[in-house]
Write a protein that binds this ligand. Sequence first.
Ligand SMILES: Cc1ncc(COP(=O)(O)O)c(C=O)c1O
Length: 404
Amino acid sequence: MQYPTRFSNLPEYAFPRLRALLDPHPAGGEVLHMSIGEPKHKFPDFVPELLLRYADGFNKYPPNDGAPELRAAIATWLENRFDLKSVDPDKNVVNLNGTREGLFNAALALCPEEKNGQKPVVLLPNPFYQCYMVAAIQAGAEPVFVPAPEDNGFLPDFASVPKDLLERTAIVYMCSPSNPQGAVASKAYWQELIALGETYDFRVFADECYSEIYRDTPPTGALTAAQDMDVDPERVVVFHSLSKRSNLPGLRSGFAAGGANSIAAMKQLRNYTGAPVPLPIQMVSAAVWADEAHVVKNREMYQRKFDISDRILGNLQGYTSPQAGFFLWLKAGDGEAAALKLWKEAGVRVLPGEYLSRPNDPRLGGGNPGAEYFRVALVANEQEIERGLYAIRDTLGDQMGAGT
Ligand SMILES: Cc1ncc(COP(=O)(O)O)c(C=O)c1O
């Protein structure tokens, strides 16, 4: 039996890899999971009741492009949150079965077979959400990993990519606020990237699924940045989700928004192959996008967790206080060894940074930007987070630059 070779050299996925690293060893304390970014705060109270109210919709095939109520709620949310002049719910928005599905399928729908007569390139931040890489490969493009180092605020410097690669670039994935570092792209950053896209004619896919979890200033969106420039409206596609904003990762509900032609191409692919979002879930999602009160409360809970992190880890050199999102990205010399030590000595599970990164392209200096780091998810309750962070400080403080 033959298997495709497209995926045969992919590394093992991060979580099986983590189990293989840790599970042969007994936990050195009460087990605490800080490796998976699964939101744990309560979702809005009105969700179960609404789901029941719309349950008859399970009797119907769902509208692929999204029910009008959902698309209208999304367009209104986008306009209000990102100060956008006009979002047409019929033309600029498509609902998704969570952003992961959309981030993957957008590459299939929008990556051309060739760019300037050559195999197209997809640029990815490194470290990165793993779906981007597989999307690029599946679309027939070459993924090129662009480092997002500490000395550049954990943001990738796409302008430093050699010209021959930029000329082949069809798509740039950019995540802001970023997973894993919690770095936020400023308006100027987005505008430089979009301008680079105009010069080299590539699309920007802006993964903004952490946009509502921030400290005090709402992160600028890529569509807001593009709105103030005279650029091709097809240049940017943004991706949003209810998973983090509203603590509904199991609802599988998100959307993409962008230029009418890009959205039409995504809808066309979805008509043939998409996993449509069940109608009752679409109707519930419309109500969730329309409510901000729960988002404010959710953000406050994460803000308290950032404060706890600053208090417990703030004087370690390997600590960077995240601007947004719900992860810590901690530097400890060897991230994999640190994760193993933490498990063996304290029973705390964290994810080695290397499992979220790949070697940088040799044309971009090589090295693996995740190797020295590990990622901590701040999703447990405050008490557990305190316990986990004290364990990190006590177990790994020396290698994270305590007292220096
Ligand atoms: C950066 C990033 N993008 C996208 C996703 C996908 O989220 P969802 O499919 O639940 O919307 C995640 C989930 O962890 C993520 O961290």
